[in-house]
Design a protein around this ligand. Structure first.
Ligand code: XMP
Length: 536
């Protein structure tokens, strides 16, 4: 088990088999087979935006595994390989005979074309980025889209002739055959990426496939998940009791609220305030859950305990370890006080499931997230109501459950909190307070500028250096605050945000005027890679 980047607890979920929701025909779903393309998760999300539940599976799972889920359609994703490369993922032809419509995207289309006797060859020049699509015949797949449209391409291998029995629907700047269909066989293909925003009619093409061709009813929504999950939680927990470690992040909060809806006061939440939260954050968590939602909550004020443990520690990994271990101790102490609790609620997301191997078969767990978690011998049975949802869907569920906007849209915040943003020196209450004040000003100004949601994260760092300045007639020797603001989709890569100069000026001047010890403000303009988002 590990702490996620919101500080909620997550587990290595790969071992626990198929997804609960939508599995085995309960919900109408489409399976997306992942051939390793960078946009595979995005395809799965776009399908859901069309109102159809989707499951992302590694390409090698085989036709039986796909069929077992009784999907209404199958999508083969793009991938980085050439269909002719040694070891390139192959298409199991039985996937085309499951009696459901199949859509191949990019590599997926090339696999289909090659398998069924079309002509696929490596082109002299690749086609990457924006391209112009010319539709010769709309067929079913390209219905209700213009004859000329922009699209996004990313391929070198190219389909030069469709398989026998297929119609070529469109061509593009670099692709003689950019879309194919055989209505009779129920097999379709597009060379371009419908899932990216640079393909303006991509969503229409997906909708054509899902609704018209697969006959999906398009009624799935993150909202419809609530009723379904409540049912499932009731079934699983019966008349038992459940415990939830609340971090204040959106995942554990939504998970807790869902479970509370399902089993009421038989849920107990534990919130450990380690004193490393941002300004007023601890109080907000307590008032939201206790006063507003009336969820039974044990709030542990552990600030003094953490500060004592962190005294004199400067090494980041040691800090993380201490914070994680202390969390386990406190959680165990609280759990021991509560008798007869068998279930533990966790805010595991679908992306965690995929990342830990449940989706693509490649386990890429971020090691620094394994900073804590609960020991195995606690022997709880896990309740994970968000296991099938992407982050944006969790937010929609949260909003639907009446969670305050601030919590629903909260940016990720690391489990070890501000301790890993006091860098280079020991963590003290005094430094944490400076950081908290600086961070509050930053968040306030960024929200006021309407940029909060556009940023993946925005925060301050307090390095252990001082800089000379002049204020009035006085020479000062003040703290330096660094502003870090990044855009990102998944924290694996990130770009530094181009915040407007006027906004930066306002932030810097407020920090220096309102926080006495701060004498200088700097901006971090490092992207990831080569930098990381946090400083340590
Ligand atoms: P980096 O710094 O590796 O961070 O680019 C990627 C994402 O992970 C968060 N992060 C952490 N989350 N415990 C957490 O729960 C940690 O120790 C930790 N370190 C980094 C970071 O805020 C960013 O969202």
């Amino acid at each position: 088990m590990s702490l996620t980047d919101e500080g909620s607890l997550s587990t290595d979920s790969a071992a626990r088999g198929p997804l609960a929701t939508g599995g085995e025909g309960a919900t109408q779903q489409v399976v997306v087979l992942d051939y390793g393309g960078q946009y595979s998760q995005l395809i799965a999300r776009r399908v859901r935006e069309c109102g159809v539940f989707s499951t992302l599976l590694p390409h090698h799972v085989g036709p039986e595994e796909v069929a077992r889920r009784r999907p209404v359609g199958l999508i083969l994703s793009g991938g980085p390989a050439s269909v002719y490369a040694d070891g390139a993922p192959k298409l199991d032809p039985a996937l085309l005979d499951l009696g459901i419509p199949v859509l191949g995207i990019c590599y997926g289309m090339q696999l289909i074309a090659r398998e069924l006797g079309g002509r696929v060859e490596g082109a002299e020049v690749g086609e990457y980025g924006r391209s112009q699509l010319t539709v010769h015949r709309h067929g079913r797949l390209l219905a209700d889209t213009p004859e000329e449209q922009a699209c996004w391409m990313s391929h070198r291998d190219t389909v030069f002739a469709p398989p026998p029995g297929f119609e070529a629907l469109a061509s593009s700047t670099g692709s003689p055959v950019a879309a194919i269909e055989s209505v009779q066989r129920g097999i379709y293909g597009i060379q371009f990426h419908p899932e990216v925003v640079h393909t303006p009619y991509g969503q229409q093409v997906l909708r054509n496939f899902l609704i018209d061709i697969c006959g999906a009813d398009g009624s799935w929504s993150a909202r419809s998940v609530i009723e379904e999950q409540i049912e499932r939680i009731r079934e699983q927990v019966g008349d038992g009791r459940a415990l939830c470690a609340l971090s204040g992040g959106v995942d554990s909060s939504v998970a807790a609220l869902l479970v509370h809806r399902a089993i009421g006061d038989r849920l107990v939440c534990v919130f450990v305030d380690h004193g490393l939260m941002r300004k007023d954050e601890g109080a907000q968590v307590i008032s939201t859950f206790q006063d507003h939602f009336h969820v039974p909550l044990i709030a542990v004020d552990a600030e003094a305990r953490y500060l004592a443990k962190l005294a004199g520690v400067t090494d980041p990994e040691q800090k993380r370890k201490i914070i994680g271990t202390e969390f386990i101790r406190i959680f165990e102490e609280e759990a021991a006080r509560l008798d007869g609790i068998r279930f533990l609620v966790q805010g595991t997301l679908y992306s965690d499931v995929i990342e830990s191997g449940g989706g693509t078969g490649t386990a890429t767990i971020k090691s620094h997230h394994n900073v804590g978690g609960l020991p195995e011998d606690l022997e709880f049975e896990l309740v994970e109501p968000l296991r099938t949802l992407f982050k944006d869907e969790v937010r929609a569920v949260g909003a639907e459950l009446g969670m305050p906007e601030r919590l629903v849209w909260r940016q990720p915040f690391p489990g070890p909190g501000l301790a890993i943003r006091v860098v280079g020196g020991e963590v003290t209450k005094e430094k944490l307070d400076i950081l908290r004040e600086a961070d509050a000003i930053l968040q306030d100004e960024i929200r006021r500028a309407g940029l909060y949601r556009e940023l993946w994260q925005s925060f301050c760092v307090l390095p252990d250096v001082r800089a000379v300045g002049v204020q009035g007639d006085e020479r000062t020797y003040g703290n330096v605050v660094a502003i870090r603001a990044v855009t990102s989709d998944d924290a694996m890569t990130a770009d530094w945000a181009r915040l407007p100069y006027d906004l930066l000026e306002q932030i810097a001047s407020r920090m220096i005027n309102e926080i006495r010890p701060v004498g200088r403000v700097v901006l971090d303009i490092t992207s990831k890679p080569p930098g990381t988002i946090e400083w340590e």
